[in-house]
Write a protein that binds this ligand. Structure first.
Ligand SMILES: Cc1cc2nc3c(=O)[nH]c(=O)nc-3n(C[C@H](O)[C@H](O)[C@H](O)COP(=O)(O)OP(=O)(O)OC[C@H]3O[C@@H](n4cnc5c(N)ncnc54)[C@H](O)[C@@H]3O)c2cc1C
Length: 380
């Protein structure tokens, strides 16, 4: 068993780290304070190929394997979870869906646009969150096209997106449609006033009789939930990596602070009560890294990786939140001030409990696997 990165993966990681430290770190606080996506940064990310990170080369992408993609998100999230989430949603929910399920015409038309501009995925509605099968947005057939109406909430990247994938009911069941946010009948609402992830353009989107061509339906009618699930699995692995980055970023902030801060005449880092925090975080981060590597390895081997990605994401969300909490504690009262970056990480970490699905619903899926074959039906 070889746990080392390949030469190429090491080179990518160094490149991602360099970009994160030089470009991302300096905009993180500003994006959080202003509740603004760092637009100029995203242009630089596009120039690096990060907006087509896992798109195959023949479709114009950087063709990163999933482990390299995880390294990208980990490095970005060390500096700014908003930036990592923006790119994770774009690459995992939108690009990966079009690569896996899009027609040749859809790939040719939309992937070049997505290499330069953001995409978003609109599933959640005011009355349909965890239970996505019950969305009420409807696409009604009109000859060769559909008319789509409904409201989608919590759409990450919506405020900046040039492409939206939208889950809507059709006569054949839930289906996915590609929609240009500039199309007549689409209205992007104001940015949600969020607790954290303030650098992500998260908006409600309103659709009023939006005409969508038949050619812009991804996959068959009724395939929407299968497609959304595959996209979510890709996202869960990405979010696990982002969670690792956030946890590492939090530990680094805590470590610097603990070394500098003196109480009782010595550096607080020498106190076992705090040393235990660092030790626990270290163990959890190493465990998470292996969960991510395992899920990425399964994916690379063409094996089913959804259970592994889900476990990595749930564990990642939990340990990122723990690390942010403990490292804020290390900062004492200073950590509770927006002047210190740890307070942003603490607010951002909580988003990982919603994006890609909640821990409660994730555990239902794992419990279903645990009891599979025992003749028990476990429903959400
Ligand atoms: C920062 C952020 C970004 C997001 N980005 C997107 C996006 O880009 N696109 C998109 O479509 N959506 C997005 N979402 C929405 C996200 O997917 C949903 O918040 C999530 O699926 C949960 O849905 P809900 O918020 O409606 O909660 P609900 O489903 O109403 O659940 C409320 C609570 O009840 C629990 N619960 C529900 N059912 C059960 C059950 N059967 N058993 C036990 N507990 C249960 C949930 O776990 C949760 O704690 C985003 C959300 C956030 C916060």
């Amino acid at each position: 068993m070889d746990f080392s990165l390949t030469e190429e993966q090491t080179m990518f990681r160094d490149l991602f780290r360099d970009f994160a430290q030089k470009e991302v770190a300096k905009v993180a606080q500003h994006a959080d304070e202003r509740e603004e996506p760092p637009v100029a940064l995203l242009k630089k990310a596009a120039a690096q190929g990060f907006l087509a990170a896992t798109v195959p080369e023949d479709l114009g992408g950087a063709a990163l394997d999933l482990l390299s993609y995880s390294l990208l998100l980990e490095e970005l999230a060390k500096e700014c979870l908003s930036t990592a989430v923006t790119l994770a949603v774009h690459n995992s929910l939108v690009n990966a869906t079009l690569v896996k399920y899009g027609s040749a015409e859809q790939q040719e038309k939309w992937l070049p646009i997505l290499a330069e501009n953001l995409g978003g995925f609109a599933a959640t509605e005011p009355d349909a969150g965890s239970d996505a099968a019950r969305v009420t947005t409807r696409a009604t057939r009109q000859g060769e096209s559909y008319l789509l109406s409904g409201v989608k909430t919590w759409v990450s990247n919506a405020g900046q997106a040039k492409v939206l994938l939208v889950l809507a009911q059709t006569a054949g069941g839930p289906s996915i449609f590609i929609i240009d946010p500039a199309a007549p009948g689409v209205k992007i609402g104001l940015r949600e006033p969020t607790t954290g992830l303030r650098g992500v353009a998260i908006n409600t989107v309103y659709f009023d009789l939006v005409e969508v061509a038949d050619a812009d339906r991804v996959g068959a009618e009724g395939e929407g939930l299968i497609i959304a699930q595959a996209a979510n699995t890709h996202l869960q692995l990405a979010l696990a990596a982002a969670a690792l980055g956030l946890a590492e970023g939090a530990s680094a902030l805590g470590r610097s602070f603990a070394i500098e801060r003196k109480q009782f005449g010595v550096s607080i880092a020498t106190k076992q009560g705090l040393g235990n925090y660092f030790a626990d975080c270290e163990i959890e981060q190493e465990a998470l890294r292996h969960l991510i590597e395992y899920a990425a390895w399964l994916a690379g081997e063409g094996k089913a990786y959804a259970p592994a990605a889900l476990k990595a994401k749930l564990f990642g969300a939990k340990i990122a939140r723990t690390a942010a909490n403990l490292m804020l504690q290390v900062h004492g009262g200073y950590g509770f001030s927006d002047e210190y970056a740890i307070s942003r990480l603490y607010r951002d970490a909580k988003a990982l409990d919603f994006l890609g699905g909640t821990p409660q619903l994730g555990r239902v899926v794992i419990a279903q696997q645990v009891f599979a074959g025992a003749g028990l039906t476990i429903k959400p």
